[in-house]
Design a binder for this molecule. Structure first.
Ligand code: ADP
Ligand code: ZN
Ligand code: ZN
Length: 730
């Protein structure tokens, strides 16, 4: 009695398999094609899954197959190519397929809503609202008055959610203006028609790059900051659109700025949609559907946009392909660059990976001729690249932040009416609070880390778990009241420079000063207009923004990355230094970059500043080869964590014993070892590294090992995860 049709479903549960169901007797198999969402029973629950196939037979006996409850779609929400790709990705990353498919769907589809486009809310003033003087009409409601003023200034098109981002609260005051009849709401699709304005004529290198990208394949666009990579993307995208195809453009989180979107809209003759974190669920669904249905030609987004279905794929672009934000670090741990390359290959179209500081992974692809190297060596528009200078700060009279030479340089650049950018990737006042008497250090109770001192509100904060407490006035061990703040944070540099340069405006850009929505945009706008200024910032300042008036960039502390526990430390350090350096001298004004270090003889640092990134990368590649690290080998990292110290290590030891007999030759198990920061947010963490010079045996082991691990009762004692191609060893 096997007349029942089997339907295989990816159900959103943390198990590395799909599940079989049967069609209710009266249904046709055509009611349940692959890619439609179905509601199915799962234990006592009902879950929404996606049909993946209808196999001839099931591993389950007929009588044990439970019927599908409901079909949610009349046509597949995931087209066949996307479904195949996602199932492939689940296999590659050894991640539960149901969770992978969930990840690819917009929230509203996950929740069972209909796949219907919905507009983006826009607000306009009414005729009555136009007549009102905000200040006199709303003396006691400054928020409403401000919003009304902005809407009056905005004209017919009105304003959307993104335009209100700089207000702390706006929904409620706006609703009041609506009920007063001064403002109305309408809906518009989150798709913009680009203006197709012409840009500068390409220079010879840019033209050569554009010409080389003439078919399927992987292309590494390796061009120094300001060399015009974005112009190359724009040309290639327009070509794809003119040929009736769509382009998907991935940018790092920090790079998806309003400026970038404006540039794309200004230049491209295309329907453009952006997938960014500011979208509402409805807007995101609408943009996603527009891409899937071919109603948008260009889709720009961050990491997760790599899962956007395309009706007519023609080109994939990954900007800043080395950027760490392209890697998802929890749950489904994928790399958006690598997935974009796979999608392009499956679609038979080109993928362009752009960077001023390419990842060693991409350079290795070039070396083995799996990618074509396109280089841009000149700054476009005639701007000159910055000069580097390394400052030895050993035994220098160190006034707490900058060496005397650095101070001289800052003063000189300010005197010339220019701007100075100081980079330090550590916010707060000081990373350590120490007793002057007994050496006691204020540490986080939940993490193996020091508490950072924040002077602004006199608190101690843990930057790893977010714990905080008021600043104490007495040592935690002895009764001494002399507590020293040791080390440098952006807040301290700010205070310090304020004393040195009382007449100069100083702007600090870090998570603490930009917590309020829109405040980063305000600061950046101020910098663009301003004259003599000092900018102090973290990573937030390093990417994507152009500061035409900055002529001096100071890297306050280059030593963090040099002696990192992670083998990728030096690569990241170099990428950061060059990214920050790229902010200087973008316009007519040539820039200067000064690097403070206690290790001026460090050979890697010297290679970087004297011989440049390509030579630096070649040296690193040699080291990686010697040590057997990626990209000359392949890694997978099994992580475990639990509230007690022993459990993760025990689990990993058992996991290791389980793996040993399954291990193909050439696959090495390293560990288990405690994580470099063992305790974090109250949980102990440990890891077991799997390494192999070939990808295939490594994956063969994972395919056998993980299902056994998943089934092992002792594995439930800890929280564990598998990270294939880990980017971060912590
Ligand atoms: P990248 O993306 O490599 O940092 P951009 O594409 O943003 O570089 O270009 C840097 C600046 O140079 C921009 O202001 C851009 O308009 C300008 N630019 C790029 N290509 C040219 C060109 N061929 N001629 C003149 N200006 C150019
Ligand atoms: Zn003490
Ligand atoms: Zn902590």
């Amino acid at each position: 009695m096997s007349s029942r049709t089997v339907i295989r479903v990816a159900v959103p549960v943390p198990l590395r398999r799909e599940f079989d169901y049967r069609l209710p007797a009266t249904w046709q198999v055509a009611d349940c094609p692959p890619g439609v969402r179905v509601r199915v029973p799962f234990g006592p629950r009902k879950l929404i899954g996606v049909v993946t196939e209808s196999p001839a037979t099931s591993t389950l006996a007929d009588t044990r197959l439970r019927p599908i409850i409901e079909v949610l779609d009349s046509t597949p929400v995931l087209p066949a190519d996307m479904l195949d790709f996602l199932r492939w990705a689940a296999g590659y990353y050894h991640h539960p397929p149901g969770e992978v498919l969930q990840h690819a769907l917009p929230a509203l589809l996950r929740q069972g809503e209909a796949p219907q486009a919905r507009g983006e809310a826009r607000w306009q003033v009414t005729a009555a609202g136009r007549e009102v003087d905000p200040a006199t009409a709303l003396p006691r409601a400054p928020r409403q008055a401000a919003l009304l003023g902005e809407l009056q200034a905005a004209g017919e098109d009105g304003l959307g959610t993104a335009d209100f981002a700089h207000h702390a609260t706006w929904r409620e005051p706006l609703a009041r203006l609506e009920s007063a009849g001064w403002v109305t709401r309408s809906w518009r699709m989150p798709i913009h028609s680009g203006q197709g304005e012409p840009g500068p004529a390409l220079n010879a290198e840019q033209q050569a790059a554009v010409d080389r990208v003439d078919g399927a394949g992987r292309f590494l666009l390796d061009g120094i900051t300001g060399s015009g990579k974005t112009e190359v993307y724009l040309h290639l995208i327009q070509q794809a659109v003119d040929a009736g195809r769509q382009a998907l453009v991935l940018v790092p989180e920090i790079g998806l700025t309003p400026q970038l979107l404006r540039r794309f809209r200004h230049r491209l003759a295309a329907r453009i949609t952006a997938l960014h974190s500011g979208l509402t669920d409805a807007e995101r669904l609408t943009a996603w559907l527009a891409a899937a249905r071919g109603e948008a030609d260009v889709i720009i987004g961050t990491r997760s946009a790599v899962f956007t279905p395309l009706a007519r794929p023609g080109l994939f672009v990954v900007d800043e392909e080395h950027d760490t934000s392209l890697k998802q670090q929890d749950g489904f741990r994928y790399h958006a660059r690598d997935l974009a390359a796979v999608r392009a290959q499956r679609a038979g179209v080109p993928v362009v990976l752009g960077s001023a500081t390419p990842s060693l992974e991409s350079l290795q692809q070039v070396a083995v001729e799996r990618a074509t190297h396109l280089t841009l060596t000149e700054r476009a528009g005639g701007a000159r690249p910055p000069r580097f200078r390394v400052l030895d700060v050993r035994r220098q009279p160190f006034d707490g932040a900058l060496s005397p030479v650095m101070h001289e340089m800052v003063a000189a650049h300010l005197a010339a009416g220019n701007q100075v950018l100081l980079f330090l990737n550590r916010r707060g006042f000081a990373p350590t609070l120490m007793c002057h008497d007994c050496g006691w250090i204020a540490t986080c109770q939940r993490c193996d880390s020091h508490l950072t001192l924040h002077r602004g509100d006199n608190r101690l904060r843990c930057h790893h778990c977010g714990a905080e407490r008021p600043l104490m006035t007495q040592c935690g061990e002895c009764d001494n009241t002399e507590l020293l703040s040791v080390g440098l944070g952006t807040e301290r540099i700010e205070t310090h420079l304020q004393e040195h340069y009382p007449d100069t405006e100083i702007l600090r850009v870090d998570r603490d000063t930009t917590r309020r929505k829109g405040s980063l945009a305000e600061i950046l706008e101020h910098v663009r207009q301003g004259g003599r200024q000092i900018l102090i910032g973290t990573q937030m300042l390093a990417k994507g923004h152009h500061f035409p008036n900055v002529t001096l960039v100071g890297i306050v502390d280059a030593d963090q990355g040099l002696y990192s526990a992670d083998f990728r430390g030096p690569e990241r350090m170099a990428q950061t230094i060059l990214q920050v350096a790229g902010r200087a001298g973008r316009a007519e004004k040539p820039g200067e970059v000064v690097i403070q270090t206690h290790h001026p003889d460090n050979p890697l640092l010297m290679t970087l500043v004297r011989e440049g990134y390509p030579r630096f990368a070649a040296v690193l590649m040699h080291e990686r080869r010697e040590a057997g690290w990626p990209p000359l080998s392949h890694l997978a990292l099994l992580r475990a964590e639990a509230p007690g110290r022993g459990a993760p290590l025990n689990f990993l030891q058992q996991a290791r014993e389980l793996a040993a007999p399954l291990c193909p030759t050439g696959v090495h198990l390293l560990g288990p070892l405690p994580a470099p920061m063992e305790k974090r947010a109250g949980r102990y963490r440990a890891q077991l590294l799997v390494q192999c010079s070939e990808r295939r045996p490594l994956h063969a082991l994972l395919s056998q090992w993980l299902p056994q691990l998943e089934a092992a009762p002792w594995a439930r004692e800890v929280r564990w995860s598998m990270d294939v191609d880990p980017q971060d060893m912590f």
